[in-house]
Every structure is written in structure tokens, then in C-alpha cells.
Design a binder for this molecule. Structure first.
Ligand code: GLY
Ligand code: MN
Ligand code: MN
Length: 436
């Protein structure tokens, strides 16, 4: 992403903060996996959003109107020996030249410098409670300033949740963000198409996962947005099944929920299709019901409508269909009112999508569902899951788990489905499965 994009974000944050304030934002910590091995490092989404800086052991500080520079980055210094082992570091020079910092200091000097930056500021913007080690440092720095009250130094009077400010911004995507997300979604869509083409009875779920990973990586995505779910037959009824270790059986459905991350942005796509390329009658009936619910939900995504309208539309269609197919007895209106559809549909119809797969941003404002605005991106993902063993449900429905999930951008006039290239009608799916 362009350097200017990050500069724009910092400018917007500082305008929101105003003079007399300071924002402090730490990089994600490195986590040890076992001796000498670390978990793959991923920068904290908020930190990346503000800085574009990928290295650990860094702290970004914003001080609006500070004469000697408003954006200060504490980071690791260059170190010829360490760089032989772990690759190049930006160092203090790179922090300024490549990442737009006005001033950069060694991270090892932060205890000496940060209290001075806090002096005489009224408000501190900081996201408390995410990193307890860093919280302790913050308390120490603020206390250092308090000890200087006798020499006339004012210590901060107000603490403001920086995460609230950033998350409101992150909820509405810029043009550059929509471009990055569109790329993540193209990569993911192509991977789903590849997986559909490759699928044959007798393959293992992990072989399909390998097809997805191959497509993601070859397209330049270096990690998934979340662990891929490749769930054949009954496994699809376990919502977060990620073992992906069983064999795919002729006659079963396969549910794939997988998305790539690209340039720090997530895609999140689910498709469900027959392992052998042909839906059975029962599978087709439930599949078309979920598809109808999804289309009804997508239609509700437009500026002015509120967050819950797509969910309400999906539930309406699902409840009616479940009654019509005989999976639930009674009237659809009562099924909805009493929540009896939840026997087959426990989750909600979507979530915000962005740098995090379940992205930041409030769903309610002042107790009311949030109204859609252009630039918001969300998933639409109704499903039905009929586990085996329920005597009240005819056996033909057992072990059918279906979810259909697309990623949708709110536009000025309505919405745009960003993942529409992955087949989802019965005919389009039957034409492609196993043909790769
Ligand atoms: N892949 C996680 C979700 O669909 O929410
Ligand atoms: Mn998903
Ligand atoms: Mn999702």
C-alpha cells in the first residue's frame, strides 16, 4: 500500500485527537513456539494500519502539533550480525526515510524518552488491556511523569481508548483498502475454483486444503486469513472443523470455508458442493434454500438499511423453507419468533471484514443496529446444519451441512459482491466439480 495512505490515516487520527494529546501504539510481540522457533510473525492490525511497519519491537507515537515532529517511531537499530540471521532491519534511518516517521529512536531508549513526551499532555490515547506487559510499561511511564509534579510538570488527566478511534476508521474502507481486499478476494476465488475442479471421491480433505494453499501462495498471498475449513459430510456440521483429515466420500457434500490474506487484508469465502459433482435430491433442496436465503440477505445490503436487515431476511427465507420441507413443524412466523430455526442455524448471517477476518467496528450504536454506509465490507453467510441422530428429522437430511459465504461491499447505490466469480448455482457447481 502507498506510503501516502498511511500518512493520510495518521493525519486523520491526529485531527481527531487534537492538540494536547498523545497516542501510543505498540507493535505485536513475537511469540515463542518452542526452543529457537517462533510463531510466524504478523504485525498487529492496528499498528500496521497506522504505520505500514512490519517489524516487531516497535512503538509508534503520535503527538499532534509537536514542533519537532508529530510522528515518532521507536524501533530496532540496524545490527549487522543479527541481520545475517534474520534479514534486513529498517533501522532509525529507514523508519524516517521509508515509513514517514518525523523522528526515530532505538526501542531500547524508550524508557528514557517516552515519559518526556507524556509531560504536559492532557490526554493519552492508548488501547488498554491487549498486551499486559505493555500496559505495565505505560503505568510506569505515566508514574514517572507524576513524580515530576513538584517541578511543575502536568501529568495526563484523561485516558482515551485508541482502539475505538482506530476501529471506527477501519470500518469504512478507503479506495486503496478496497483494492487490496479485492485482490485478496480474487486470489481466494481462484483457489476455491481450483479446489472444486480438483475434487474427487476418495481424496483426503487435506489434499483439497493443499490445493487451496498452493493457489494462495502462487498468487502471492503469504498466509491464510484464518485456518481453512475443509469439511466433508458430517464434518460440515462442526462449524469450526479445521482438522481436515478425513477422506471425502462419494455422495457427501464438501464445505470449504477458506480465504487468503493479501497485503494485510482478508477474504472469507465458503462454498458447499457435492464431492462427486452431483447433488442428491435432499442436498439440492437444502442447498437451494440456503442460496435463496443468501440472495435475500445480500439484497438488504444498501446504504440506509441497518446491520440486522440481511440476517432478518435470511432467517425469514430459511424458516419458511424448513417448514415447507418438513424439517420443522408449525408456522414460519412462530418458528422465527420462538427462534426454533436455531436448531439448524445457530450462527449469524455475517460480520465485518477487513484486516481481521472478524473485523473491528461496532454493530450497534447507542443500542440501535448500525446503518450501512458506502465503504463498509461484510460477509453474508447463511447456512443449515443437520446433524445425524435427531429422530424428529427424516434420515435423508442427516449429515448435511451447507454454508454459502460471499464478501460484499456497500456502495453508494447498493452493494457489490466481490466474490461473485466462484460458482454457486447448482448448475454452475455441477459443471465444474471434478473437471479440473
Ligand atoms: N471463516 C470464518 C467465518 O466465516 O466467519
Ligand atoms: Mn468463512
Ligand atoms: Mn465469515
Amino acid at each position: 500500500m502507498d506510503k501516502k495512505e498511511f500518512a493520510r490515516r495518521r493525519r486523520a487520527i491526529m485531527e481527531d485527537m487534537g492538540e494536547g494529546s498523545i497516542a501510543i501504539l505498540p507493535a505485536a510481540p513475537v511469540r515463542a513456539r518452542n526452543r529457537d522457533v517462533e510463531y510466524p510473525y504478523r504485525q498487529d492490525s492496528d499498528f500496521h494500519y497506522v504505520t505500514g511497519f512490519d517489524e516487531p519491537e516497535a512503538v509508534a507515537v503520535l503527538v499532534p502539533k509537536r514542533k519537532r515532529g508529530e510522528y515518532i517511531l521507536f524501533c530496532r537499530e540496524r545490527d549487522a550480525e543479527m541481520e545475517i540471521w534474520n534479514g534486513a532491519r529498517s533501522g532509525l534511518e529507514g523508519a524516517c526515510a521509508d515509513y514517514g516517521a518525523d523522528d526515530a529512536f532505538p526501542i531500547g531508549d524508550i524508557d528514557d524518552i517516552l515519559p518526556g513526551l507524556l509531560e504536559n499532555q492532557s490526554r493519552v490515547y492508548y488501547a488498554m488491556g491487549y498486551d499486559s506487559d505493555f500496559d505495565q510499561h505505560m503505568i510506569g511511564w505515566v508514574n514517572r511523569v507524576r513524580t515530576r509534579s513538584k517541578v511543575g510538570v502536568r501529568s495526563p488527566a484523561e485516558f482515551v481508548a485508541l482502539d475505538n478511534v482506530l476501529h471506527e476508521m477501519r470500518l469504512v474502507k478507503s479506495k486503496a483498502e478496497v483494492r487490496a481486499m479485492t485482490r485478496a478476494m480474487e486470489i481466494s476465488s481462484d483457489a476455491h475454483i481450483r479446489a472444486m475442479g480438483a475434487c474427487h471421491p476418495g481424496m483426503a480433505e487435506y489434499e483439497i486444503e493443499a490445493e487451496l494453499n498452493y493457489a494462495f501462495t502462487c498468487a502471492g498471498s503469504r498466509r491464510t486469513a484464518y485456518p481453512s475449513i475443509v469439511a466433508g459430510g458430517a464434518n460440515a456440521c462442526v462449524l469450526h472443523y479445521i482438522e481436515n483429515r478425513d477422506n471425502l466420500r462419494d455422495g457427501d457434500l464438501l464445505l470449504i470455508d477458506a480465504g487468503a490474506e493479501y497485503d494485510y487484508y482478508a477474504a472469507d469465502i465458503t462454498r458447499t458442493f457435492p464431492v462427486n459433482g452431483r447433488f442428491s435430491k435432499a442436498q439440492k433442496a437444502l442447498y437451494e434454500l440456503v442460496l435463496e436465503a443468501q440472495e435475500a440477505a445480500i439484497e438488504q445490503i444498501q446504504p440506509g438499511n441497518h446491520w440486522n436487515e440481511p440476517h432478518e431476511a435470511a432467517v425469514e427465507v430459511l424458516a419458511q423453507g424448513l417448514v415447507a420441507l418438513g424439517l420443522i413443524k408449525g408456522r414460519a412466523a412462530t418458528v422465527i419468533k420462538k427462534g426454533r430455526y436455531r436448531k439448524f442455524y445457530v450462527h449469524r448471517t455475517g460480520h465485518w471484514l477487513g484486516m481481521d477476518v472478524h473485523d473491528v467496528g461496532d454493530y450497534k450504536i447507542g443500542g440501535e443496529w448500525r446503518v450501512f454506509e458506502p465503504g463498509m465490507v461484510m460477509t453474508v453467510e447463511p447456512g443449515l446444519y443437520v446433524a445425524a441422530g435427531d429422530k424428529q428429522v427424516a434420515r435423508k437430511w442427516w449429515n448435511i451441512g451447507i454454508r454459502i459465504e460471499d464478501d460484499v461491499l456497500v456502495t453508494r447505490n447498493g452493494n457489490k459482491v466481490l466474490t461473485s466469480s466462484v460458482p454457486k448455482s447448482v448448475d454452475d457447481i455441477e459443471a465444474i466439480v471434478g473437471q479440473g
